[in-house]
Design a protein around this ligand. Structure first.
Ligand code: C5P
Length: 219
């Protein structure tokens, strides 16, 4: 038997794209590599895996059910449709804001030299929605990309989002699009600092920790 046999693990990965008009969008910088590596590791550990992916250029890992989405609202709908899950690992870099109105036609320069106004509205917070959901996964894990005071920000985020763990990564270096990552796992139990590792090693270690947590408190 494998450590996650019979478990359903939900993972979000990649950026979201929030359209402004037919040719422009707002996005976060995210390759999707860390989330895809986590989905792959969960499948190798025997889980049924649903991977809700924003727009990325990555192949679907073996044994993973992939749902492709574009926007934060589509990502939230796909996540809710995938419930119930034993654990959810929200790795996606969701855009915090979207255009208040999406233009049907390409917005043109009007020749005045003044830029077209762009009104924004806040997107739903998918992690926080799950944290307070009637079908909240037993283990809810968020990511936090920070450039400073990494652990402090992660502790604040735990409470705000209703998550069990925050995987805080220091993105002051060249994590974005790269193959390695330095993370700290912040939970009510304390802070677990991991050395710099390849993203696939972070994925394996995190999935091992998820399997340990799920078996320590069986349902
Ligand atoms: O607040 P911040 O964006 O730093 O939180 C990061 C964590 O929250 C990540 O796990 C990310 O996937 C999740 N998140 C989300 N929906 C949002 C914003 C962030 O699920 N709208």
């Amino acid at each position: 038997t494998l450590p996650l046999d019979g478990k359903h693990i939900l993972v979000t990965a990649g950026p979201t794209h929030e359209p402004i008009d037919p040719v422009r969008y707002i996005a976060n910088r995210s390759s999707g590599k860390q989330g895809f590596a986590i989905a792959a590791a969960a499948a190798r550990a025997g889980a049924r895996v649903t991977l809700v992916a924003g727009p990325v250029q990555l192949p679907t890992p073996a044994g993973v059910d992939r749902v492709d989405v574009e926007t934060a609202r589509e990502m939230l709908a796909a996540v809710e449709a995938a419930l119930p899950a034993d654990a959810a690992i929200m790795v996606a870099a969701v855009a915090d804001w979207r255009a208040a109105d999406t233009a049907d036609q390409k917005i043109k320069k009007d020749g005045s030299g003044q830029p077209a106004p762009l009104a924004l509205t806040e997107n739903p917070d998918i992690l926080a929605t799950l944290g307070h959901h009637a079908q909240r996964p037993r283990l809810l894990i968020g990511f936090a990309a920070e450039t400073q005071a990494v652990a402090d920000h992660a502790l604040a985020k735990l409470a705000k989002k209703g998550a069990d763990w925050i995987v805080a990564n220091d993105v002051s270096g060249d994590v974005m699009g790269g193959d390695s990552n330095t993370v700290q796992i912040v939970s009510a139990a304390g802070i677990d600092r991991w050395p710099p590792m390849f993203k696939h090693q972070v994925a394996n270690a995190l999935i091992q920790k998820v399997a340990d947590a799920l078996s320590a408190q069986p349902d």
